[in-house]
Ligand binder design. Sequence first.
Ligand SMILES: Nc1nc2c(ncn2[C@@H]2O[C@H](COP(=O)(O)OP(=O)(O)O)[C@@H](O)[C@H]2O)c(=O)[nH]1
Ligand SMILES: [Mg+2]
Length: 198
Amino acid sequence: MSSKKINFNNTNIKISAGFLKQVPKDLPHVVFSGRSNVGKSTLINKLTNQNKLARTSSSPGKTVTLNFFDADKTFYLVDLPGYGYAKRSETERKKWSDLVEGYFRNYSEHIKLVVQLVDLKVGPTEDDLNMLDYMDNYGLDYVIIATKADKLNKTNKEKNLSELKSDNPDHEVIAFSSLSGEGVSEARGYISGIIRGL
Ligand SMILES: Nc1nc2c(ncn2[C@@H]2O[C@H](COP(=O)(O)OP(=O)(O)O)[C@@H](O)[C@H]2O)c(=O)[nH]1
Ligand SMILES: [Mg+2]
């Protein structure tokens, strides 16, 4: 890869894939994973300076598609459908696991990084911990983004952050707030480093 700076603003929707065979294979993937409502779409919009690229929705978990955005013709940002959405029907749950597990199984060589979102106030849920285990077991590289950092006071923020860090000593943990913009340039820098290092 060249050392050219990645222009995150130059990001466009490539495809909303409801089927595995639609997954694009021409560029490396950076996957955004986390439970519904943790802030995946918001983070993608902040990283790319676009308000409506990845939809942020008040009815989370509605769509079961893998959304691919090409970033500067260099890599794909992949917005996964969130897990842990209680109101999902049995049929939708099955569709979720077929699609997401099938994606991780079949496209692992394309996945260069998983950006794992954890709500900094809520802390890691059981589903989050399962996801971290899964990535450890399958050797997927990941960075943890602790979202909604603005919802905590300074003391609790530092406390929860240092817990996340000490529980995940081998991984970068970045605090993020869509309100203050904290963590945005750090996250861009981390992703760029991975992509440029390929
Ligand atoms: N206060 C605050 N709210 C956030 C932040 N990030 C996301 N949200 C809100 O959390 C809700 C869910 O965000 P969304 O991006 O749709 O989550 P997704 O389901 O993971 O894609 C929305 O109402 C967002 O405005 C943040 O950093 N701070
Ligand atoms: Mg979303």
